[in-house]
Design a protein around this ligand. Structure first.
Ligand SMILES: C[S@@+](CC[C@H](N)C(=O)[O-])C[C@H]1O[C@@H](n2cnc3c(N)ncnc32)[C@H](O)[C@@H]1O
Length: 434
């Protein structure tokens, strides 16, 4: 898109925003799950300025029952919630909003061809990034000024055969829509939150915002070290100028699909910290700079008196758990080729350490079956799994947020969710900046 005279435009937009005496930032939550973003936005709200979720969408394609949507409605009400495949929702069914948030799946974002006659990018069907793109594009001048998105950190490196291509497509397509973008890989535990969960968070600001202008007019050292939203919310050890890599992105998505990072495809292009404005991106390796307290797994556990019997592991089952957690080297047969190979894995800490933040919780955390990745704690000599409330606490959700479905489902919903404290901090800085 052609970006109009920026300073004039920003001045007009800011004036309109100030004249608009409402202190509400209207948010839309896509891929809402059980509402992790919404909880973070609500906690960041103050009496002067608040986030209001004006519409949300959550639809689980793999099951008939819509557990996440049911929980969402039970907590936040049915009003303005949609439980439909987002691909079937027309952009004009979504009310105007200032901020769009969501954790979309990591998929293949390659673009096969571009229709000559305009905006028609053809991404693969079922790839949900293109649903976000479609909504933003169809909203036109009404598109939200701000985006806050979350994904697995692999997004920056995928696909393995052409590292960075998918993220380059995301950046370039947001550039097309008039957004500047900041990103950061954040491990929640490194900033005093209870879970080691590494995710990439993405913030985008439209051309007519102060934040866009800031990214455009400040030096890369300043944005990454101090002035950017991430630098303010999640401080990093100071980066020197020569640590920052810079390059320009192609604005042709087919060109990116075919050629991005082809010369050295296993090299990582997009590092932990970075931003993009006007198609130029700046990125660097970064490390958390945090001196506060660390929250441990032991500190979020429920009192044993509150833990139901089903979570305890009896002596017979304990051996199975020990086997799964232990080091092993097994012969396996490749089902397609018949090739025999050795599969090896090292041992895991068993039980989980109580004096460190917890490992990442994943969707398979629930259920009684022994597994390598489920957490096991040992309290007063008794081994047990984590309860749904403890899993909620590891994501900084309120206790019993997911009550109403089976314990296995509750664990699944937490494995899919995010650490609310991260959204809260980003949202606080965003409030300060707008
Ligand atoms: C990574 S989870 C997001 C979880 C959320 N941030 C939370 O706090 O619970 C992605 C969500 O997108 C939903 N989803 C997947 N495909 C969808 C589609 N086509 N339309 C709408 N939602 C979809 C999934 O059911 C899942 O709940």
């Amino acid at each position: 898109m052609t970006i109009p005279n920026l300073f004039l435009q920003t001045y007009i937009e800011d004036t309109i925003m100030n004249a608009n005496t409402t202190n509400k930032i209207r948010a839309v939550e896509l891929f809402a799950g059980v509402g992790g973003f919404r909880l973070g936005l609500e906690s960041a709200s103050t009496s002067e300025k608040e986030y209001e979720v004006v519409w949300s969408n959550q639809w689980e394609p793999s099951t008939k029952r819509q557990h996440a949507s049911d929980i969402y409605c039970a907590r936040f009400g049915f009003e303005n919630h949609s439980n439909e495949d987002i691909a079937t929702v027309a952009a004009d069914e979504i009310p105007s909003h200032d901020l769009l948030v969501g954790g979309f799946p990591c998929q293949d974002y390659s673009v096969a061809s571009t229709l000559k006659n305009s905006h028609g990018i053809i991404g693969k069907k079922g790839v949900l990034w293109w649903e976000i793109y479609r909504i933003l594009e169809q909203k036109g001048e009404e598109a939200p000024k701000y985006l806050m998105l979350e994904n697995v950190d692999r997004l920056l490196k995928s696909p393995a055969s052409q590292r960075g291509r998918d993220f380059a497509i995301i950046l370039s397509s947001l550039n097309r829509l008039g957004y500047a973008v900041e990103w950061r890989v954040i491990n929640a535990s490194e900033y005093g939150m209870p879970q080691r969960r590494r995710r990439v968070f993405i913030m985008a600001y439209r051309y007519n915002t102060k934040l866009f202008r800031k990214l455009q007019t400040s030096s890369s050292v300043d944005i990454l070290n101090t002035k950017g939203v991430f630098a303010q919310a999640f401080p990093i050890k100071t980066l020197q100028e020569d640590a920052i890599q810079y390059a320009k992105l192609s604005d042709d998505l087919v060109d990116i699909t075919e050629n991005f990072n082809k010369e050295n495809p296993t090299k990582n292009i997009f590092l932990e910290s970075g931003y993009m404005v006007n198609g130029n991106y700046y990125t660097a390796r970064s490390e958390a700079d945090y001196e506060g307290l660390f929250v441990t797994l032991g500190s979020i556990l429920q009192d044993e008196i509150e833990v139901a019997d089903e979570f305890y592991i009896d002596d017979a089952a304990l051996e199975k758990w020990q086997y799964h957690k232990g080091a092993k080297s097994i012969e396996r047969v490749n089902k397609t080729t018949g090739h025999i190979y050795k599969y090896s894995e090292g041992s895991m800490s068993f039980p989980d350490s109580l004096d460190k933040p917890s490992r990442t919780i994943i969707t398979g955390e629930g259920g009684v079956g022994a597994s390598r990745f489920k957490h096991i704690v040992c309290i007063n000599g008794k081994y047990r799994r984590l309860t749904p409330v403890e899993l909620e606490r590891l994501n900084m959700f309120p206790d019993n947020h997911t009550i109403g479905v089976s314990n296995t489902k509750r664990a699944f919903l937490m494995g899919n969710a995010l650490v609310v404290g991260i959204v809260e901090r980003l949202a606080k800085i965003l409030l300060k900046e707008i």
